[in-house]
Design a binder for this molecule. Structure first.
Ligand SMILES: [Zn+2]
Length: 292
């Protein structure tokens, strides 16, 4: 079932859980995330980075998603992750995706607001939701981002910008980093709380891989309603592939289809474990009932 990203997150926020938003890299991982969502009766957001989009192509990803979501009994959205490039955003709007993250975090505030407002107008004309990032989240992911905080604002300034642009979801700095956590991060669930006293727009937690259960739950208790997992899927994918290839080599077995199945099973199991932690397991029917 094809669903709106913003509506699913608003429903999740009102019921105190978060929707898992998982970056997939191909059809195998896309189907594995959908299978995890179906097994857990959880809504899910399938995300794609610009790098993956350019490698696989808009057409094949859209077709894979439509096939998987059309058969699935749970609400699913298709989302373009961190994209600073207007032409790529236009492509996925035309392809009928659920939502885009327009990443204007490398621009000064005035320009970021102007460009985001333009993207929101174009996206909303086609029923596509916009997640807005004007502060940069630390860490480079698939070639997008920076390792230092270039732009940081007050919660009031972020909410003011969101009101002016009409963005549907906010991606603020919350202390998490993209990629594998190397040092000790100072996590900022109270910043989610502060933002949500000023706006009812859903707040997104980026860099969700590798946090402890109590960290996820602190962010969800504060109101975060979309949690992004990217590195976690990549790690599960490569680990499952390596384990299968080690076995295949030892057993003189050369069957690519068995490799695909092993990777799919490894990704499905790993992604499914986030859903009870995020509180989204078993909520699919509730979300479907509340989606307009
Ligand atoms: Zn991110």
């Amino acid at each position: 079932m094809f669903a709106s990203t913003a509506q699913m997150c608003r429903i999740a926020k009102s019921h105190g859980f978060a929707v898992p938003a998982v970056n997939v890299v191909d059809g195998i991982s896309l189907r594995a995330v959908v299978a995890a969502a179906v097994a857990e009766a959880s809504p899910a957001i399938i995300q794609v980075s610009v790098k993956t989009l350019q490698t696989v192509g808009v057409g094949p990803i859209t077709a894979e998603f439509q096939a998987a979501a059309g058969e699935a009994t749970v609400p699913l959205a298709l989302h373009l992750d961190h994209c600073p490039d207007r032409s790529v955003i236009s492509e996925v709007i035309a392809a009928g995706w659920s939502s885009v993250l327009f990443d204007a975090s490398d621009r000064d505030l005035g320009q970021a607001i102007r460009e985001t407002a333009d993207v929101v107008a174009a996206a909303h004309a086609h029923g596509v939701d916009v997640e807005s990032e004007i502060e940069n989240i630390i860490g480079v992911e698939d070639g997008v981002g920076s390792d230092s905080a270039v732009h940081s604002y007050t919660a009031a300034a972020l909410v003011d910008a969101a009101e002016r642009t009409g963005a549907d979801l906010l991606a603020p700095q919350l202390g998490t980093v993209h990629g594998l956590h190397t040092g000790r991060s100072v996590l900022l669930p109270d910043r989610v709380r502060e933002l949500l006293t000023l706006t009812d727009k859903p707040v997104v937690l980026h860099g969700g891989t590798g946090l402890h259960t109590e960290d996820y739950q602190a962010f969800i208790a504060a109101g975060a309603s979309k949690i992004n997992i990217s590195t976690g899927l990549k790690r599960a994918y490569i680990t499952a592939a390596r384990d299968y290839l080690d076995w295949a080599h030892a057993n003189d077995c050369w069957e690519p289809l068995a490799l695909f199945a092993a990777v799919g099973a490894g990704v499905r199991t790993d992604i499914a474990h986030y859903m009870p932690v995020f509180g989204s397991s078993g909520t699919a029917d509730l979300v479907k009932a509340e989606l307009r």
